[in-house]
Design a protein around this ligand. Structure first.
Ligand code: FAD
Length: 399
């Protein structure tokens, strides 16, 4: 790795001149903003007589590869998935053994430390406890997942207290692990039980296909009628949501897991996103921005798709009127409150019977568990039934 300071055009031109480079190769980036920036850069280099070659990168298949017969992009996942499965996924490109122009003894550019990228306040130590960076660690996680969880993935993946998912998303998001390596490893090791997991990998390809064809979806709802939706502006409820102080234990556990580790279980992402957009009536863009800021696996396509899907504003999303009841979701997917107790320690002593609704517990039970509602754990910030009705009424206005 070699580092330098400047805009990427400046740095690249500088290096081209310094080393008399005649060609530049890179992998394509499918974030629409970066994709178009790279295309402009390619034009600039062409004009200067530099050869540019770009290669596939970061997806199983490129976002424009799977199309309907009439050439238009798929807007619904299942037919996209079926069409995707008919194609073969190329194997990953073997590792480059040596780049002959660079001699290891030669110092090129700056040292990483000289760029001063690390934050001055040490806030990353909790993240570092959970995550080790790099391809080796990503591959180790993949091996452990295939060995211990792949077989029971469908059954267990919805339960946040069981680590039955792969935890590969951060490695895929930054590109330290090739998704094609993941695909081929899984097929090679356990093809007969791999399909549900492969399906999730294809959701990721689908997210990129949607994003590249509808780049405005980063900011705007994919269903036009939602541009008229009257979201609320309320800094107090938003702040309670971000801090995990809503009084709904499963929501609070998820938001605190996110803050502590940069990660949140998929089922819980759906619950907290539904709570924000429906119970609090705050915009999905606000939630997506918070996730973008705090997730270690922040991925522009998956994050946009995830939020539009839950908010009901996407192309192939859960309908807006499907409103999760956070208490029932907690009872179903964290029945004995293990996940809640891990992330919301002030509820640890509460009997399981009340773990999803501390405000329903009798006074003496709360006292014994050391909980003073409104002091060391909040009352629910909104009433479920009333906020459900309010959300449905709002939705009626744009239907
Ligand atoms: C509101 C919301 C926001 C989200 N934001 C992101 C995000 O910023 N980055 C991100 O990578 N994922 C995001 N997701 C999707 C999903 O939650 C994560 O990919 C998953 O939890 C990562 O854990 P894992 O690697 O153990 O997944 P596994 O269950 O092991 O799945 C393997 C891989 O498949 C892909 N995948 C799994 N589920 C989905 C999905 N629903 N959509 C697209 N791809 C999927 C991911 O690349 C994942 O790493 C979001 C989901 C929601 C509901």
């Amino acid at each position: 790795m070699f580092f330098d300071r400047g805009t990427y055009e400046e740095v690249l031109m500088n290096w081209i001149n310094k080393y008399d480079a005649t060609a530049v190769y890179w992998n394509r980036n499918y974030d629409p903003i970066k994709y178009h920036k790279d295309r402009r850069l390619a034009e600039l280099l062409h004009e200067q007589g530099i050869i540019v070659k770009t290669f596939e990168g970061t997806l199983l298949l490129e976002p424009w590869r799977i199309k309907k017969e009439d050439g238009s992009p798929y807007k619904v996942f299942t037919p996209y998935y079926k069409a995707h499965r008919k194609e073969s996924v190329p194997p990953p490109i073997p590792r480059i053994k040596e780049i002959s122009v660079f001699r290891s003894s030669e110092i090129l550019g700056l040292y990483l430390d000289e760029l001063g990228l690390l934050p001055k306040i040490q806030w990353t130590s909790r993240l570092e406890e959970k995550w080790l960076a790099g391809e080796y660690e990503g591959f180790r996680k993949l091996q452990a997942f295939v060995k211990n969880h792949l077989k029971s993935y469908t059954h267990n993946r919805d339960y946040p207290s069981i680590d039955a998912h792969s935890s590969l998303s951060p490695y895929l998001a930054v590109g330290s692990l090739s998704i094609r390596s993941v695909y081929h490893f899984v097929i090679q090791q356990a093809e007969s039980v791999a399909e549900p997991f492969i399906r999730q990998l294809i959701w990721r390809d689908f997210s990129y296909s949607v994003l590249l064809h509808f780049p405005e979806s980063i900011q705007n709802p994919l269903q036009a009628k939602f541009t008229k939706f009257q979201w609320l502006e309320n800094q107090d409820t938003f702040s309670a949501w971000t801090k995990g102080l809503t009084g709904y234990p499963i929501v609070d556990a998820g938001m605190r897991e996110l803050w502590e580790t940069g990660f949140m279980h998929n089922r819980v992402r759906m619950i907290v996103a539904s709570f924000l957009t429906k119970h609090l009536l705050l915009s999905w863009q606000k939630g997506a921005y918070w996730f973008w800021d705090t997730l270690i696996d922040a991925d522009i396509a998956n994050n946009t798709m995830g939020w539009q899907w839950v908010a009901g504003t996407g192309l192939d999303s859960a309908p807006y009127f499907r409103i999760f009841n956070p208490t029932l979701q907690g009872e179903k997917f964290d029945s004995n409150g293990e996940y809640i107790k891990k992330w919301v320690p002030e509820l640890q002593m509460l009997p399981n019977q009340y773990i999803h609704e501390p405000d329903k517990a009798p006074k003496e039970v709360l006292l014994q568990a050391g909980i003073i509602l409104g002091e060391n754990y909040p009352y629910p910030i909104v009433d479920h039934k009333a906020s459900r009705i309010r959300a449905l009424e709002r939705y009626q206005q744009i239907k």
